[in-house]
Design a protein around this ligand. Structure first.
Ligand code: SAH
Length: 464
């Protein structure tokens, strides 16, 4: 270990920053955030720095007396001689000193920081590669939820109470582990501290009780795992059981916890592996067994996903749950196909409908759909494509209206077929498209040609 990491309390203390430019401004900013008073010394100090609140400016070249009363010093000038001087004087006075980009002149170095106050993560490559530290920071940003600071604050609030109530340190540790990795923590992270507190009190009153299960209703997006949210990923790695259906792509499923059991509940068109009521009951049963259940659904759970029905049953049984939104097919698939859903020249509104056939017919409000300057996105519409096009024409859309159908958007198998209301049904038939497919109707479809060079490409991944 080349350095000893410490967290210094500099609240209300005087710190010196030598330098008046961008770097000095950044360093002063960190010191101010940690509550210090900052003295900035330089012959020229940029106004943006001088005007910061809590800063005392000294417009002069550095001189040793500027170190009077200082707790720590940072040299951030582009003049090596000045930096050396600051370092030498600070060393002589035993004042910790940092010289930006010159580890040999430093008595301490500044780590990269991930701030989830009061939780702080600080790390350093010991000067080996600041860029590497920055990359690592990016990774940690995605791993450590933003609400972790709140969670730490919550834990702090109850620390004394729990210490008084649970005398045995080992038991107390187990209690905290259950709290910080279970439903209570999830409530805090979701911003509901009142419920979290009630649960914590419940656990405290009944410490021997098994912690109950919970259900995470998570939107898995349209297929490309890069489109998952951080929260989805976190819960995917936490769940004990995964209940998923046909729309969830293989690469997404592979990102769930390795040792979680997986239950496939099907739903291809006409092949309903498990009726919805049974899925609802399954979720309740698993949660009642104390499991953390991940109900993984394609796209967004609340958009043609029957997520509402699932949580109704959970609520009726008093099961805890949380819902994590996902990128819905309309949004993900249209982006990857290069079709903006709205555009000032083409569409001021956008409607999502399901083209699912009921008794062979499509029961939609055609007058609403056949309006100019509007994009219509049809989920589950492949089988009804011909009816859809005929009805839109019959209700007033020009036969030349552009339309696209996208197969397995955002995955490696993405294919896009475009045409007009007259030509598309035949071209789609010829293309023998594979489900799932999404239909987009409206002038925006023509933009695809223009934007062809800029489509995001589905990331390298095994196919569905
Ligand atoms: N909850 C989902 C939609 C479920 S309905 C969501 O928000 O996206 C199922 C329909 O979604 C499919 O029939 C298809 O129309 C559409 N769909 C979902 N993923 C798709 C994909 N990757 N490519 C094309 N269409 C998709």
């Amino acid at each position: 270990m080349d350095y000893l990491p410490v967290f210094a309390d500099i609240r209300g203390k005087l710190c010196l920053v030598v330098g008046g430019g961008e770097v000095a401004k950044r360093k002063s900013g960190v010191l101010l955030e940690a509550g210090a008073r900052v003295r900035v010394v330089a012959p020229h100090i940029e106004p943006a720095l001088a005007e910061k609140q809590g800063i005392e400016t000294v417009v002069a070249r550095f001189a040793p007396q500027h170190l009077d009363g200082v707790m720590l010093a940072i040299a951030a000038t582009n003049d090596h001689a000045v930096n050396q001087e600051v370092s030498a004087h600070a060393h002589a006075l035993n004042i910790p000193v940092n010289v930006v980009d010159s580890p040999e002149l430093c008595s301490f170095i500044m780590p990269s920081i991930l701030d989830r106050s009061p939780l702080m993560v600080a790390f350093s490559t010991g000067g080996a590669s600041p860029v590497l530290a920055r990359l690592l920071r990016g990774k940690l940003e995605t791993l450590i939820p933003h609400g972790y600071g709140r969670l730490a604050g919550f834990a702090a609030r109850f620390r004394e109470t729990i210490k008084a109530r649970i005398a045995d340190p080992a038991q107390r540790r187990i209690f905290w582990e259950n709290v910080l990795d279970g439903v209570v923590a999830e409530k805090v992270l979701a911003g509901d501290e009142a419920s979290a507190e009630a649960m914590l009190q419940g656990l405290l009153a009944n410490q021997d009780a098994q912690p109950g299960g919970e259900v995470y209703l998570v939107g898995a997006g349209p297929g490309d795992p890069d489109l998952l949210t951080f929260r989805a990923l976190r819960l995917m790695q936490k769940a004990d059981v995964v209940v998923y259906d046909n729309l969830v792509s293989k690469p997404v499923l592979e990102m769930t916890r390795r040792d979680a059991s997986r239950i496939y509940v099907g739903k291809k068109r006409d092949d309903h592996t498990m009726p919805q009521e049974q899925i609802n009951e399954l979720l309740v049963r698993l949660a009642q067994q104390g499991k953390r259940v991940l109900r993984l659904k394609g796209g967004d759970p609340f958009i043609f996903g029957r997520g509402g029905e699932e949580i109704e049953t959970l609520a009726a049984h008093g099961i805890l749950f949380q819902v994590v939104p996902g990128i819905t097919a309309a949004s993900g698939v249209s982006s990857y196909a290069g079709i903006p859903l709205t555009h000032r020249d083409h569409a001021q509104s956008c409607v999502f409908v399901t083209g699912h056939l009921k008794d062979g017919s499509m029961n939609l409000d055609w007058d609403l759909l056949a309006r100019p300057n509007q994009t219509v996105v049809v989920y589950m519409g492949l089988r009804g494509l011909e009816t859809l096009c005929a009805q839109l024409i019959a209700h007033g859309l020009p036969a030349s209206t552009p339309i696209a159908i996208v197969q397995q958007g955002t995955t490696q198998n993405q294919r896009v077929v475009t045409g007009t209301l007259t030509t598309l049904p035949a071209s789609a038939e010829l293309a023998s498209l594979q489900a799932p497919t999404l239909i987009i109707v409206g002038g925006v479809v023509t933009l695809r040609e223009k934007l062809a060079w800029f489509h995001p490409t589905p990331s390298a991944q095994p196919s569905r």
